[in-house]
Design a protein. Structure first.
Length: 517
C-alpha cells in the first residue's frame, strides 16, 4: 500500500469556526498563500454558502493561490453545491466537499430524516457535484457515533455515485484510537469499491485525542488527514497539522509514512495563523509552543549544553524556528549562566564569575526569569571592590494622605547605621536618611529610571550623577523594587566617590573616612 498521506488543511474552514477567529478575505488569502508554501495537498478555503464574504474569499483564493487543491464545503443541497462550485471553479485544481450526518442522533434529532432519506440525498448530491467537477469528497458527519452497517452502506453508495474521497469525521471528538483504527480497517476491508476512493479522516480534539486518532487511522489504511494549523477549530479544535507531520518525521520508525509538507514552513505558518486569528499559541503547545524549545531546569540546561540530544528531540531549526533557548531562572546552574554570558561575548575570570554568579542568584530569587538585558545590566553593575556602604535594610512608606518616610540601615565594615527620615516622596525620604548616615553632602542630577527587561517583574535600573566639589560621579542601581534601585544607585555613587578620594588624595581622606562615624 502506498505510504503517502495527503494533508488536507481546514484552517480556513473548520479552523475559522473557532470562536473569535473570524478572518477577512485579505487575511484568508494571506494564510492560503502560506499554506501553499507549506505545501499542503488540499486547502479547504471555506463554506461559501455561509456568507457572501466567505464566498468572495474562496473565489479570490481559487484565482490566486496555485499548487494545492482548493476545496469548498457544501451541504447536500443544490444551492450549496452551486455556490461552492461558483467559488472554486476558477481554481487550478478545484474540489467540492459535500457532507451530511450519518448518526441516528443527528439524523433523528437535527435533520429529522430517516437513514434511507439521508442516503438518497447523499447519493444525489454526490452525483450532482460530480456533474460539475471530477474531484468530489463526501463526509459522513458524526461517523464515529453512527451504526457501522450504515457507514459501510453510505461509503459504498457515495463511491458508486462518483466520490473520489470519503471522509470519516470524528465530529464530536468521541473516538478513542483503538476503536477508530478498527473502524477504518473495517471500511477498508468491507467496502467493495473502497479502492476507487481515498479514505480520509477528520478528528476533533474534545478528549485531546485528535492527533493520535488520526495516526491510528493512517495505520489502518486512511490516506488523507484533515487537520488545522495550531490545532484550532470548532470547540476544543481539530487535529494539529504540525503535530501529525512531525510525529511522522521524528518517529518515522513507527509511522513510516510521508507527506508533502515542507516542514521548514511550519513555524512561519503557525505564527501567521495565530497572529491573524488572534488565537495565541499556548506556551507549552507541542512542536511550536515557545516552551517546546526552552530549557529551564539546571540539569536539563547542563545536559543540552553538553549534547543537545539529551533533552531535545526536535531541533527548532528543522521547522524553521529559532534555536532552543535557555531560560535562566533560579534553578539554572553555573554552566548555563556562563554559557549565556559567552554567547553575549563576555568571558569572566573564575573569581569575577563567582561574584557575578552570587549576584545572579540574588536577583533570580526575586525575579522569575532572567533575560539577556538583565545580565548585561548586572555586568555593568558588578563592582569587584568591596563597597564602603552596603544597604542592609530599607523600608519606605508612601501613599495618599501619608507623609512619605523611610528607614535605611547601612553597614560599613562591622558597623551598622540606621536613620529614619521623611521627604517629598519615598525616594527623597530614603536619600535624606542615607545622607544623614554618610554625612556626605552632594548635589544630584540626571536621575534616570528605566525598565531593563520585559514583564511586570522587569528589573528597574536607576542611574544618576552626584557632584561633590569638582567630582562628578555616575551611580547605578538595579532591583525589581524601584525605590531600592534608587537607593542602590545613590550608594553606588557615594561608594565610588569615597574610593576615588581615598585613592587620589590623602588630605581629603579624613573628611570622607569620618563620614558615618
Ligand atoms: O467535524 C465535521 O464533521 C466536519 C465535517 C463538515 C467534515 O467538519
Ligand atoms: Zn469538523
Amino acid at each position: 500500500m502506498n505510504n503517502r498521506v495527503m494533508i488536507f488543511d481546514s484552517t480556513l474552514r473548520d479552523g475559522e469556526q473557532t470562536p473569535g477567529a473570524k478572518l477577512n478575505a485579505r487575511e484568508k488569502v494571506k494564510i492560503a498563500r502560506q499554506l501553499a508554501r507549506l505545501n499542503v495537498d488540499v486547502i479547504e478555503a471555506g463554506f461559501p454558502i455561509s456568507s457572501p464574504g466567505d464566498l468572495r474569499a474562496v473565489q479570490q483564493i481559487s484565482r490566486e493561490v496555485k499548487g494545492p487543491i482548493i476545496a469548498a464545503l457544501a451541504r447536500t443541497v443544490k444551492e450549496d453545491i452551486d455556490c461552492a462550485w461558483d467559488s472554486v471553479k476558477e481554481a487550478e485544481k478545484p474540489r467540492l466537499h459535500v457532507f451530511l450526518a450519518s448518526s441516528d442522533i443527528h439524523m433523528e434529532k437535527k435533520l429529522r430524516k430517516s437513514p434511507e432519506q439521508c442516503l438518497k440525498e447523499a447519493v444525489e448530491a454526490v452525483k450532482y457535484a460530480k456533474s460539475l467537477t471530477n474531484d468530489v469528497e463526501y463526509s459522513l458527519e458524526d461517523a464515529t457515533r453512527s451504526r457501522e452497517d450504515y457507514i459501510l452502506k453510505v461509503t459504498e453508495a457515495v463511491i458508486d455515485a462518483g466520490a473520489t474521497v470519503v471522509n470519516i469525521p470524528d465530529t464530536v471528538g468521541f473516538a478513542v484510537p483503538r476503536e477508530f483504527g478498527r473502524l477504518i480497517k473495517l471500511i477498508k476491508t468491507r467496502v467493495p469499491n473502497i479502492d476507487k476512493a481515498i479514505l480520509s479522516v477528520h478528528c476533533h480534539n474534545d478528549l485531546g485525542l485528535a492527533v493520535i486518532n488520526s495516526l491510528a487511522a493512517v495505520e489502518n489504511g486512511a490516506r488523507q488527514i484533515e487537520c488545522n494549523v495550531n490545532g484550532i477549530g470548532e470547540r476544543a479544535g481539530n487535529a494539529a497539522l504540525e503535530e501529525i507531520v512531525m510525529a511522522m518525521v521524528i518517529r518515522h520508525d513507527e509511522y513510516p509514512y510521508s507527506t508533502g509538507i515542507n516542514i521548514q514552513e511550519i513555524y512561519r505558518s503557525s505564527r501567521l495563523v495565530s497572529k491573524l486569528t488572534g488565537i495565541p499559541i499556548p506556551l507549552n503547545k507541542a512542536v511550536i509552543g515557545i516552551n517546546a524549545f526552552a530549557h529551564s531546569s539546571g540539569i536539563h540546561q547542563d545536559g543540552v549544553l553538553k549534547d543537545k540530544q539529551t533533552y531535545e528531540i526536535i531541533n527548532a531549526g528543522l521547522i524553521g524556528g529559532q534555536a532552543a533557548q535557555m531560560v535562566l531562572t533560579a534553578r539554572s546552574g553555573r554552566h548555563a549562566v556562563r554559557h549565556q554570558l559567552e554567547t553575549m561575548n563576555y568571558r569572566l575570570e573564575k573569581e569575577e564569575f563567582e561574584t557575578f554568579y552570587q549576584k545572579y542568584l540574588e536577583l533570580a530569587d526575586k525575579k522569575k526569569e532572567i533575560y539577556k538585558e538583565d545580565l548585561e545590566a548586572m555586568l555593568i553593575d558588578v563592582s569587584y571592590t568591596e563597597p564602603t556602604y552596603v544597604l542592609e535594610y530599607l523600608q519606605t512608606v508612601s501613599g495618599t494622605r501619608t507623609i512619605p518616610s523611610a528607614v535605611v540601615r547601612l553597614r560599613k565594615g562591622e558597623e551598622i547605621f540606621e536613620e529614619v527620615s521623611s521627604g517629598s516622596g519615598p525616594i527623597d525620604a530614603a536619600y535624606k536618611a542615607v545622607e544623614r548616615i554618610t554625612k556626605i553632602d552632594t548635589d544630584m542630577e540626571n536621575f534616570n529610571l528605566r525598565a531593563v527587561s520585559r514583564g511586570m517583574d522587569a528589573l528597574g535600573e536607576v542611574s544618576l550623577k552626584i557632584n561633590y566639589e569638582d567630582k562628578n560621579i555616575i551611580g547605578r542601581g538595579m532591583s525589581i523594587d524601584i525605590v531600592e534601585a534608587s537607593v542602590m544607585a545613590y550608594l553606588d555613587g557615594i561608594n565610588k566617590l569615597i574610593r576615588i578620594i581615598n585613592n587620589s588624595n590623602g588630605n581629603q581622606m579624613g573628611n570622607i573616612a569620618k563620614a558615618g562615624s
